[in-house]
Design a protein around this ligand. Structure first.
Ligand code: GLN
Length: 197
């Protein structure tokens, strides 16, 4: 089982480290042929508009969309969540997403004053103890369509984590806090899909 990490930009090294700590074989993905060799993919945090442009420039965007449509398990954090959203609000001019999650996401939704903050969240889908979540210029899931399921929200009720089939997305960054439960959850999905095939 090989898990890819999209390595165009952003904190892909942190994700690769978490996945390796959990025993996964990790492959960095920058080209279409590298994508075809992985059983799942993590899209890291960073800057979604840059990852969008680079994925199109490297000829990866269309193969990625096809892979998502064909059921490739994908976990996106922050910018990665934005790339997985069917609708992006407050994108830069011409910004596109890969899509897959039936959600509308607003970029940089927490505003300048609370651009970065931390919060403890109850997320029953990953366990009983709260998740210490770090938000860095994070997006909010503004609309959750019928195909997607909200997994977590901040104190004011705004949604910050979603799941839909083999896709998982969080506004926050488990990869930088020693929080492994989302990657474990994701690796279980990757294993399920792999062994069903
Ligand atoms: N604000 C960034 C974007 O729009 C996301 C920030 C992050 O990934 N930490 O892509």
């Amino acid at each position: 089982m090989t898990v890819g990490v999209l390595a165009l930009q952003g904190d892909f090294r942190e994700h690769a480290n978490v996945l390796r700590t959990l025993g996964a074989d990790v492959a960095l993905v920058r080209r279409p042929e590298e994508l075809h060799r992985v059983d799942g993919l993590v899209i890291p945090g960073g800057e979604s508009s840059v990852m969008d442009k680079l994925s199109r420039a490297y000829g990866l965007a269309d193969p990625l969309k096809d892979a998502i449509r064909d059921g490739l398990p994908v976990y996106g954090t922050c910018a990665g969540l934005i790339l997985l959203a069917d609708t992006v609000l407050d994108g830069i001019a011409g910004q596109q997403s890969l899509g897959g999650l039936d959600i509308a996401v607003r970029r940089n939704a927490f505003g300048a004053q609370t651009a970065s903050f931390e919060a403890d969240l109850d997320i029953p889908a990953v366990g009983d103890t709260p998740v210490h979540a770090v938000f860095i210029r994070a997006p909010v899931v503004e609309t959750v369509g019928p195909a997607a399921t909200a997994l977590a929200s901040v104190a004011d009720g705004r949604c910050v984590a979603v799941q839909q089939g083999n896709l998982l997305g969080t506004s926050f960054h488990p990869e930088i806090t020693g929080e492994y439960r989302f990657h474990e959850y994701f690796l279980r999905t990757v294993a399920d899909v792999r062994f069903r095939a």
